[in-house]
Design a binder for this molecule. Structure first.
Ligand code: KG4
Ligand code: ZN
Length: 339
């Protein structure tokens, strides 16, 4: 018997719905929210309103483009957290209402493990191999930076995380200092392609163990830039490519150093990258080079699965369904939601 899961994601500023059947993705619809660009960051109140407007059409489209009838859905998986509470409330209330009206079970999903489980989505179009357990995952997004040992689809342990800003936040904040739009991560990536990563150097914070820190780097970047701009007002404009490449290179170095240490400590050489920052071309390139040198088996996510999406929620829901791990209608969203 096949199992069809509808996934709903609304933790930040993307409203998404997807259908996964027996691990195969049948549809994956995302409505982004460009409106936040003009504010230089996500405005929670506006994000909730946009989710409210988008959630019905996005879900409708996910069901119709999957070529299924709503009666063919076996369960509804939704993001319970972590995220912005007002945004989570829209997705969770909608998922609860739909599960009641269709008479199917509800499955709560944690957004972070879901980023990792995109690596198990099967694509009808392409054959690929899946990570073997146990593997080591580096999860890098706008809100989180974590090193996770994954022992099974639903058995994970965080062994390192950021003590301050997330990697995506570091990209976005440094981009803002250079006058770039939000989110600045993809813009820095693009500008860095024509720059020299060793042109400028910044203070890289030293943190014990497997934890990360980015706020010192951001401050060092800000102070250096202030000094250079006071000497030459056109400094940023005339050095934007080298500045982007240099800050990207510093962030990539912090991430890869801890990942290498984690691999040495655990002896795990099966490595998975996940989250929005997994789209960064400098990080991907550097991990490929390290993998060749260290003999890692590296799994980089398809670009469509790096940003927030609901296929990752549906695939996580699929594994929870197999275990009979369902939720009651009484659970409420959690802005902080540990793995
Ligand atoms: O996972 P995600 O879509 O949302 C969260 O759960 O946070 O990650 C968004 C983050 C943003 O900080 C964005 O700037 C960053 O991912 N990002 C990138 C790139 N694409 C997205 N950072 C660096 N290079 C990129 N190519
Ligand atoms: Zn995310």
């Amino acid at each position: 018997m096949s199992i069809t899961i509808l996934g709903i994601e609304s933790s930040c500023d993307d409203t998404a719905a997807a259908v996964v059947r027996d691990g195969f993705m049948l549809s994956n619809i995302i409505a982004g929210q460009d409106v936040h660009k003009r504010y230089g960051g996500v405005v929670p109140e506006i994000a909730s309103r946009e989710h409210q407007a988008n959630i019905v059409p996005v879900t409708d489209m996910a069901i119709s483009s999957a070529g299924i009838d709503p009666s063919g859905i076996d369960a509804i998986a939704y993001t319970r957290g972590p995220g912005l509470l007002g945004s989570l409330l829209v997705g969770s209330s909608f998922a609860k209402g739909l599960s009641l009206s269709l008479g199917v079970p509800l499955i709560e999903v944690n957004h972070l493990p879901a980023h990792i489980l995109v690596h198990f989505i099967k694509d009808v179009e392409e054959e690929r191999s899946f990570p073997g357990f146990p593997f080591l995952a580096l999860v890098v997004s706008g809100g989180h930076t974590q090193l996770v040992i994954v022992r099974d689809h639903l058995e994970m342990e965080i062994i390192g995380e950021t003590t301050d800003d997330a990697a995506g936040e570091a990209f976005d904040k440094c981009a803002k200092v250079m006058g770039l739009d939000y989110p600045g991560g993809p813009l820095i990536d693009r500008l860095a392609k024509d720059g020299d990563g060793s042109a400028f150097s910044f203070n890289i914070p030293v943190v014990d163990g497997l934890d990360f820190s980015f706020s010192g780097l951001k401050t060092s970047f800000l102070y250096s830039l202030r000094k250079w701009v006071s000497e030459n007002p056109d400094f940023v404009e005339s050095n934007i490519n080298d500045l982007s490449a240099s800050i990207q290179s510093a962030i990539v170095k912090i991430l890869t150093a801890k990942l290498m240490r984690a691999s040495e400590q655990t002896g795990i050489r099966e490595i998975v990258l996940a989250g929005g920052v997994a789209a960064n071309s400098g990080l991907r390139r550097s991990l490929m080079a390290i993998s060749a040198e260290k003999g890692w088996r590296l799994y980089l996510p398809d670009l469509k699965f790096t940003t927030d999406n609901a296929a990752m929620i549906a695939i996580t829901g699929y594994y929870k369904y197999l275990k009979g791990d369902f939720s009651s209608l009484g659970v409420s969203p959690m802005s902080r939601f540990p793995i």
